[in-house]
Design a protein around this ligand. Structure first.
Ligand SMILES: *Cc1c(COP(=O)(O)O)cnc(C)c1O
Length: 397
């Protein structure tokens, strides 16, 4: 079925006239890059999260990559991370030829399982080769690398359990990177997402809570890390370097001024944007509560503020999820399995020898999850329509 025939879109950015004007105004100036808009956008993010530093970049992936670089994570180093995520949280580790050590997730939240992570850290840091080996990949990872970091993901807008992760990390002097690309505006025990580890990253692709088209933002309270990621995003220019002086091997990961202007405009109404998404999520939850075979999103007590990125249900194991998805799409409702486990993506499975069965919780969620159409622009009528067609479809299956 072609996209045009969908009854509701899978997602849509919430753009208004002030957003359009903000971008247009920028085009009437001489500053298309490294101008006032990125500075304004960064200070808004600082204010919103309470971060000491915010560094705008051209994608969430770029932000995560700079985190890995700034922490000096390099060839052969180990990074503990989750196989239940969007691939870029693992890709940035691979960009530097470091080795992801996957740890299974909590079956309820889908976030990194902190007990398993703690055990993995303890074993990898121990002097017992057998204990260590069982966490390392079957292929291409049995080196003598050093465990350097935990890269956790705030899946679907819900923060991971950072009190536990930080406790483990502190014990072994590991850095904690928070992939908060899905969680702008969320809070964990009243603390803002993005600042729950040593550094965090937000993303602004069109389906995220706010958008800049493409874009991302690193947040941290660490002066040294901030200085390094600022240099690395700007062709390796350290403070004091001229345009043609490059202290470090860097990148062009800058966020342009048109995108930053859109970011500023979106942040001016971020509260409303988040509230609209919350309302849509609440409509879904009310409607789906009593439907047989549907498991609702689980919100942990530590999540004092959920920031709705997507609305993902899980179908009962007895229901053929792929068939349900196909029928919904046929009926005009776009849905997506969310996520396909990272360890089973062909290039990862091939490189590290991962197999089905390696991370049962991740695979179970991956097999049963279904992201429903979601955005802050959805109307109650649209939510009702999706739920009716879903109910209908599940009754027939
Ligand atoms: C969106 C997202 C990213 C980054 O995406 P970009 O498209 O590079 O901005 C990273 N991690 C997760 C979990 C995401 O959802």
């Amino acid at each position: 079925m072609s996209k045009q025939k969908f009854l509701v879109p899978m997602s849509s950015p919430d753009l208004d006239q002030s957003d359009q004007e903000a971008v247009l105004e920028t085009l009437k100036t001489n500053y298309l890059s490294i101008g006032p808009k990125i500075k304004a956008f960064e200070s808004q993010i600082c204010k919103f999260t309470g971060a000491k530093h915010a560094i705008g970049v051209n994608s969430g992936t770029s932000g995560l990559h700079l985190g890995i670089r700034a922490l000096n994570i390099s060839q052969g180093d180990y990074v503990i991370t989750t196989p239940f995520s969007f691939v870029s949280s693992t890709n940035v580790i691979l960009f530097e030829k470091a080795i992801p050590i996957f740890v299974d997730v909590d079956p309820k939240t889908g976030n990194l399982n902190t007990e398993i992570a703690a055990q993995a850290v303890k074993d990898i840091k121990s002097n017992d080769p057998a204990a260590k080996q069982k966490w390392l990949p079957r292929k291409n990872g049995k080196g003598t690398g050093t465990l350097r970091s935990i890269l956790a993901v705030d899946v679907f807008g819900q923060p991971a359990d950072y009190d536990e992760l930080n406790k483990t990390a502190d014990q072994y002097a590991l850095a904690v990177i928070e992939d908060s690309c899905e969680a702008l505006g969320a809070a964990y025990k009243e603390k803002p997402a993005g600042l729950l580890g040593d550094m965090g990253v937000f993303a602004f692709y069109p389906n995220k809570q706010i958008t800049t088209g493409e874009g991302g933002m690193i947040v941290t309270n660490d002066d040294k890390l901030a200085e390094m990621v600022r240099a690395l995003r700007n062709q390796g220019r350290a403070p004091g370097d001229t345009w043609l002086q490059h202290t470090h091997l860097g990148y062009n990961y800058r966020l342009d001024e048109m995108s930053a202007a859109l970011g500023v405009s979106q942040m001016n109404r971020v509260g409303q944007l988040l509230e609209n998404r919350r309302n849509v999520a609440n409509w879904y939850s009310t409607k789906l509560e009593d439907i047989d075979g549907v498991e609702m999103p689980y919100i942990a007590p530590s999540t004092t503020k959920m920031s709705w990125f997507v609305y993902v249900i899980r179908l009962d194991a007895s229901i053929d999820r792929d068939q349900a998805a196909a029928e919904l799409i046929e009926a005009g409702i776009p849905v997506r399995p969310y996520f396909l486990p990272i360890h089973l993506q062909p290039y990862i499975a091939e490189q590290f020898g991962c197999k089905i069965g390696d991370f049962p919780n991740t695979e179970d969620i991956g097999n049963r999850s279904l992201a429903l159409p979601f955005s802050g622009l959805m109307t109650k009528t649209q939510v009702d329509l999706v739920c009716e067609i879903l109910t209908d479809c599940l009754q027939r299956l």
